[in-house]
Design a protein around this ligand. Structure first.
Ligand code: NAP
Ligand code: MG
Length: 434
């Protein structure tokens, strides 16, 4: 059977499960307890493939039985993005601006193969890129630390949250090959026509040249996002550049961070008992390797690109990494750091049992629910988010886990569970906590 027929059957099955749930709720299947109430809805961004399957399981097994879940639902599944000419992605970001907190399932970023597979009208842009641009946010990635899944760096006992500046530098540069002798200059022509020049190099032989830029406003909003996130999570901020060598460019980053910190955050950091620490990037790398963790590492664009991969692989698994987009305007979007786990999805479609790790997606939900609870003053919703995280961690620490973790755990004789069985095991533990 082809993939689109299987997908259609999957959709029908999902609908049937939802209907059954509604009937049970209506006709008294659900008399056990009163559910935890919400006041403001979350923006729910559904997604693709295996993560879409887990999304529904998490809602059915871990959230809806306990919480009177209120969401504004946006289907960012690729078929629906194509149907709406990607308007649904824009609408979901607008909704996040209105409601403040979103939870997002992983989505396919189409390439040529996907255009063919889904018979797309166009190669739509990355939804994450669209949402990030609209919310003007910074992405913070943090590992979920569990006993038995040990980081390669043995002194990292607490998570290191990595914040990457996502604008400019080498990612928006202008580059040129220099074929032979000649002069390369930087020229700034002001709007009144006056020119300022700097010699880059007097070439006597072939070579290469690169021009980069950044914007004060972008650096400022990055700094604010980092300091706000530090206050929200009670963690120190580390920031580093190479200002001793790059005395104007990198120095501007250092100065902007310091000015904003002194003007708007120093007092609040002191009250919260946290610190802002600036050092050189090479010193920062050396210190991170010796540190215990438990801080936010703010990185320039390139440093963040490289270091986020190092930190996440050293912590064990991409499936144990959460990601939150925090905007300086107070919008929050929570998701897992991994993709749609395509290979597992095709096994699932073929009727084979999968063992896909839902932990990062569960933590996306708990992150969003906790933020909603904090904004709306709902103590029992916050307690539920804590309980669900504790249940997830405790399930793994008791030796029940999915295949990706069973392969790397230091726990002896772990039980490898299927995608669904793991979520059910977490639900069992959770019931005992509520
Ligand atoms: P991926 O979905 O992250 O998966 C890559 C591999 O990592 C998997 O094949 C699997 O390894 C392992 N893995 C990732 N998450 C896992 C989990 N939860 N449980 C167990 N194993 C897990 O990356 P991809 O295959 O490169 O991308 C697939 C699709 O996701 C693409 O269409 C891409 O556009 C999209 N994507 C979306 C986002 C997002 O929405 N934020 C981010 C990245 C990628 P094994 O196969 O060895 O088991
Ligand atoms: Mg990278």
């Amino acid at each position: 059977m082809d993939a689109s027929r299987l997908r259609a059957m999957e959709a029908v099955r999902g609908l049937a499960v939802q209907c059954l749930g509604m009937l049970q709720a209506l006709f008294g299947g659900d008399t056990r307890m009163t559910k935890i109430q919400m006041t403001t809805p979350l923006v729910e961004m559904d997604g693709d493939e295996m993560t879409r399957i887990m999304w529904q399981m998490i809602k059915d097994e871990l959230i809806c039985p306990f919480v009177d879940l209120k969401t504004e639902y946006y289907d960012l599944g690729l078929a629906h993005r194509d149907e709406t000419d990607d308007q649904v992605t824009v609408d979901s970001a607008e909704a996040t601006k209105r409601l403040g907190v979103a939870v997002k399932c992983a989505t396919i970023t189409p390439n040529a193969a996907r255009v063919e597979e889904y018979d797309l009208k166009r190669m739509w842009k990355s939804p994450n890129g669209t949402i990030r641009a609209m919310l003007d946010g910074t992405v913070f990635r943090a590992p979920i630390v569990v006993r038995g899944i040990d980081p390669c760096v043995k002194n990292w006992v607490r998570p290191i949250t990595l914040a990457r500046h996502a604008y400019g530098d080498v990612y928006r540069d202008a580059e040129m090959r220099i074929p032979g002798p000649g002069t390369v200059e930087l020229v700034y022509t002001a709007s009144d026509g006056t020119e300022t020049r700097r010699l880059v190099h007097e070439f006597t032989e072939p070579g290469v040249v690169e021009g980069m830029h950044n914007l004060d406003a972008s650096i400022e909003s990055f700094a604010r996002a980092c300091f706000d996130f530090a206050l929200a999570t009670s963690q120190d901020v580390w920031f580093a550049t190479k200002d001793t060598i790059s005395k104007t460019y990198d120095h501007r980053f250092k100065d902007i961070f310091q000015e904003i910190f002194d003007a708007d955050y120093a007092a609040r950091f002191e009250a919260a008992g946290i610190e802002y620490f600036y050092t050189l990037i090479d010193d920062a790398v050396a210190r991170v390797m010796k540190a215990e963790g438990g801080f936010i590492w703010a990185c320039k664009n390139y440093d963040g690109d490289v270091m986020s991969d190092m930190v996440s692989s050293a912590f064990g698994s991409l499936a144990m990494m959460t990601s939150v987009l925090a905007s300086p305007h107070g919008y929050w979007e929570y998701e897992a750091a991994h993709g749609t786990v395509q290979r597992h999805y095709y096994k699932h479609l073929a009727g084979e049992e999968t063992s896909t790790n839902s932990v990062a997606t569960i933590f996306a939900w708990t992150g969003a629910l906790r933020k909603r609870a904090e904004l709306d003053g709902l103590a029992d919703l916050a307690a539920f988010a804590d309980a669900l995280e504790q249940a997830t961690v405790a399930t793994i620490e008791s030796g029940k886990m999915t295949g990706d973790l069973a392969r790397i755990t230091s726990i002896e004789h772990p039980t490898k569970l299927s995608t669904g069985a793991f979520i059910k095991a977490v639900a069992e533990d959770l019931k005992g906590r509520l």
